[in-house]
Design a binder for this molecule. Structure first.
Ligand code: CO
Length: 302
């Protein structure tokens, strides 16, 4: 009886052990069978202008073509742009929402590619979002953030070249003035860095910004500074181009267009022949190429 119980008990234990091993191995097998996909979140500021969405979507398609196995989604860092998109019944996730949706699609590692011009507030917020969401239970194990258009010093030259190629009609004896958004964030130092890189390749290429330099003494990047540089260069004709990846309201109201104090009118008032370049940089193949490279760099990082 005692012996019998012991044998039975022992047998039960053995059986239990076998069942446990089987369960564990099948759970492991199931886990190993699930392919780990890569996610690419393309994060842009966003625009309330519907015209912008067509080339943003076209760029997302180009990324899907370059990375056919990846899950590619767009995300918007501006709450106002998300609201405008939702009103038009378009998907409008924030970066956090886009990242949080990826594990259910089998994604374990993701790249958030910044589609901003420079590493300002939006970019630094994305770094924090990525850090907060990395390594959560059943979540993304690896989140990397790809640099914006003006990224690291070693890529300044190619970015400047891509910008110049984005205005192909221009002759070198004409000037080109790129007008960016501007910021008070330390990341705004990317603008003068880009100006330096442009001058290395083309002395008639200039950068100015809309915001963040008001009242600055000696006016680096200001409208006054741009006019000063243009005057010194002696050019008569100026190509006026937004330094914005997606050019919506700021382009139409502040840079080009009929508004009294638009850049077009300020330049015309100062005697320049103005050619308006009405496009967002993401429409330019050379700039798109830069962003495709940024994604590859982020994917390849250890
Ligand atoms: Co703005």
């Amino acid at each position: 009886m005692v012996w019998n119980t012991w044998v039975r008990w022992n047998g039960l234990c053995g059986l239990l052990a076998v069942v446990m091993v089987l369960c564990a191995s099948s759970a492991w097998a199931k886990h190993a069978d699930t392919p780990t996909k890569t996610g690419i979140v393309l994060a842009l500021f966003g625009s309330s202008d519907p015209a912008v969405q067509s080339y943003v979507d076209a760029f997302a398609d180009a990324v899907r073509q370059a990375h056919p196995d990846a899950v590619v989604t767009l995300a918007y860092t501006s709450a106002r742009a998300r609201e405008a998109l939702r009103e038009r019944k378009k998907p409008a996730p924030s970066v956090a929402e886009a990242l949080a949706s990826l594990p259910d699609k089998g994604v374990r590692r993701a790249v958030v590619q910044s589609l901003h011009v420079m590493p300002g507030r939006e970019f630094h917020d994305m770094l924090r979002t990525g850090n907060a969401l990395r390594g959560l239970p059943k979540g993304l194990q690896d989140i990397r953030v790809g640099y914006p258009l003006v990224g690291t010093p070693d890529t300044l030259g190619e970015t400047a070249q891509a910008l110049l190629e984005s205005v192909p009609q221009r002759r070198k004896s004409d000037a080109v003035l790129f007008v960016g958004h501007g910021t008070e964030h330390v990341g705004g130092l990317a603008y003068p860095a880009l100006q330096y890189a442009l001058w290395e390749q083309d002395p008639n290429a200039f950068i100015s910004v809309l915001e963040g330099v008001e009242g600055a003494e000696r006016g680096v990047l200001s409208a006054e500074a741009a006019l000063r540089h243009l005057k010194k260069s002696g050019v008569k004709k100026v190509y006026l181009a937004p330094l914005l990846n997606t050019a919506g309201v700021h382009m139409k109201e502040d840079i080009v267009g009929p508004e009294k104090d638009s850049w077009t009118n300020v330049l015309r008032k100062n005697g320049y022949d103005v050619v308006e370049v009405r496009r967002g940089l993401l429409e330019s193949p050379a700039v798109r190429e830069i962003f495709l490279k940024r994604i590859n760099t982020a994917l390849g990082e250890k």
